[in-house]
Design a protein around this ligand. Structure first.
Ligand code: AMP
Length: 273
């Protein structure tokens, strides 16, 4: 497995790649969620490139990115065992420049939900993903449905900037008890982990209600909020796949999204109906 630290090294390597290239962008501290994306790419492509980069432009000034978990050696081992061909782990200075054109995510979809409490977050996400796409020039890029809004905005960027890349949406990987895997789960105490189970429980209740009792989104959101009551709920939203409000659930075109704080840890989850 090759490891590259500079854009130039990666670009030279990319010129030598034959067959399809799959790309999995990550911020490291890899868990089974990331691994599922990597495995899918390895199966579907001749070459797989993984990036590990804690992107500063997607963090708010108030967020401490130095606290983001770092596990470089373990991450490299995971990539190597998964048969990744190349890992790209650049320094911030080699990715960003003092003067550069930038990209702004569409306001109406980027300043709601995750973007409401994290203004500018998705501008930073699109900015780095576009740079990484230009460096890796992948045929396919793999993203988790866990970050549904991010996935939507990346799909929108690829479509509207005519990038020749297939975006592959990958299912959410969960613990056996239902908790969606996240790099942030390590911040949870045992007690908080139990509390966090209310998130997947509320989503399960929502899907059961849809199957048995009704499809009015207001009522479903209310039932979910009741389940989530012990937690600090940031939002419960039931939206179309285009992130538009819905009055009634539309099977095949609905995402139910939750963001809560458990202690000081912010967690998100969703289900696709
Ligand atoms: P991150 O390192 O948090 O930027 O995540 C890198 C990629 O892994 C993103 O596309 C995430 O949506 C995806 N991902 C994170 N957690 C999960 C999970 N539990 N299941 C599936 N994909 C995930």
């Amino acid at each position: 497995m090759k490891i590259f630290h500079t854009p130039q090294e990666l670009q030279e390597y990319r010129k030598t790649c034959q067959g399809s290239v799959g790309f999995v962008p990550t911020m490291g501290a890899l868990h089974n969620g990331h691994i599922s994306l990597i495995k899918k790419s390895v199966v579907e492509n001749e070459q797989t490139i993984v990036s590990i980069f804690v992107n500063p432009t997607q963090f708010l000034a108030t967020e401490d990115l130095s606290k983001y978990p770092k596990r470089t050696q373990a991450d490299l081992k995971i990539c190597s065992l998964a048969n990744v061909d190349a890992v790209f782990m650049p320094e911030v200075q080699s990715i960003y420049f003092p003067l550069e054109p930038t990209i702004v995510a569409p306001f109406s979809k980027a300043y709601i939900l995750e973007g409401l409490s994290r203004a500018g977050h998705f501008d930073g996400v699109l900015r780095v993903v576009l740079k990484l796409f230009n460096l890796t020039r992948p045929d396919r890029a793999y993203f988790g449905k866990k970050d549904a809004q991010q996935l939507y905005l990346i799909q929108n960027m690829v479509k509207t900037l005519f990038l020749p890349i297939d975006i592959i949406a990958c299912d959410i990987i969960r613990e056996e008890d239902g908790l969606a895997l996240s790099s942030r789960n390590i911040y949870l105490s045992n007690e908080e982990k139990k509390d966090a189970l209310l998130i997947s429980k509320s989503l399960k209740i929502a899907s059961k209600t849809i199957m048995s009792r009704g499809r009015k989104t207001k009522e479903i959101a209310k039932a979910m909020r009741e389940t989530l009551l012990p937690l600090h709920v940031e939002y419960v939203e039931i939206l179309s796949r285009e992130f538009e409000p819905l009055e009634s659930i539309e099977i095949g075109n609905t995402i139910i999204l939750v963001a809560v704080k458990v202690g000081t840890t912010r967690l998100i989850d969703n289900i696709w109906i």
